[in-house]
Design a protein around this ligand. Structure first.
Ligand SMILES: Nc1ncnc2c1ncn2[C@@H]1O[C@H](COP(=O)(O)OP(=O)(O)OP(=O)(O)O)[C@@H](O)[C@H]1O
Ligand SMILES: [Mg+2]
Length: 256
């Protein structure tokens, strides 16, 4: 089982959109997907509510994984998706010690592997808090969507430092890179920022990008991936999102 976290302390840059679309794409690839929503805003939980397991995200910080193993004991065979939804108690995790939270969260990730999931996708809040750090300590991979605006770019160094610090302890953590999201190709500022980022971080920019496309927002509001939106404009968005999913799938080296 492989675990991916989306992390970016800047809000509204496409973290949830990425996680949700990866989840739909991976399900269609025949994987057994668990999605954990560690953001109290509950956006991924809203979009993926049809897949709710009724096991809540704060329970990922409870005990040693035995409860989780029991909860997911009778999963059917074959491809499936289960949402571990955000809940109000999740806010309390920010008061826990990181050592304790990270240890327990990791035990529960192991319990998801024991339950037969192939991949765990973790959505996080736009803040460098305890729950994000706990997720990074337990994960195999991390990816950071960014918007091509000054405030988003400003935060990159902080994010890269956080990831570098976590990697001192979680040496298996692989940074898949940054993916430019909500890109408006007709906006000269976006084009300039994208060129500057490619020059500054040639190894860290994921090839391709996700355009600023209202069909993606439509999809997130309707609980479906963008390829289910019946509009001509959804086609380009579909190609971009599918290309990102194929890239992430390959880099994660998921074994079914
Ligand atoms: N490619 C896109 N084109 C147009 N709108 C988008 C795109 N991606 C996301 N959105 C919209 O932009 C908003 C922010 O996106 P999203 O929720 O994925 O970002 P986020 O990084 O998860 O935000 P937060 O930090 O608040 O959790 C949402 O309303 C979403 O519908
Ligand atoms: Mg979000």
């Amino acid at each position: 089982m492989k675990t991916l976290v989306v992390a970016q302390q800047k809000g509204g840059v496409g973290k949830t959109s990425s996680i949700v679309h990866l989840a739909f794409d991976f399900l269609e690839r025949g994987l057994r997907v668990a999605v954990i929503d560690l953001d109290t805003q509950g956006n991924a939980s809203f979009t993926l509510h049809d897949f709710n397991s009724d096991y809540s995200a704060s329970q990922m910080f409870d005990q040693n994984g035995d409860d989780l193993r029991k909860w997911f004991l009778d999963l059917p065979d074959g491809p499936l998706m289960r949402l571990i939804a955000s809940d109000a108690v999740l806010a309390n995790m920010e008061k826990r010690s990181l050592t304790d939270a990270a240890m327990v969260f990791k035990q529960n990730i192991t319990a998801l592997a024991d339950s037969g999931f192939d991949v765990v996708l973790i959505d996080t809040a736009p803040a460098l808090g305890v729950s994000l750090a706990a997720a990074l300590y337990a994960a195999d991979c991390v990816m950071s969507p960014i918007e091509l605006e000054a405030y988003s770019i400003q935060g990159i160094k902080k994010m890269l430092t956080t990831i570098a610090n976590v990697r001192k302890l979680n040496t298996k953590l692989k940074f898949l890179g940054m993916v430019a999201s909500k890109v408006d190709a007709r906006n000269p500022r976006h084009v300039r920022h994208q060129d500057e980022l490619k020059a500054a971080y040639p190894q860290l920019m994921i090839p391709g990008s996700i355009g600023l496309r209202s069909s993606i927002a439509d999809a997130l509001a309707s609980g479906v991936p963008v390829w289910k939106i019946k509009k001509t404009a959804a086609r380009k968005a579909t190609l971009e999102v599918r290309a990102l999913a194929a890239y992430v799938y390959e880099k994660m080296e998921i074994i079914q």
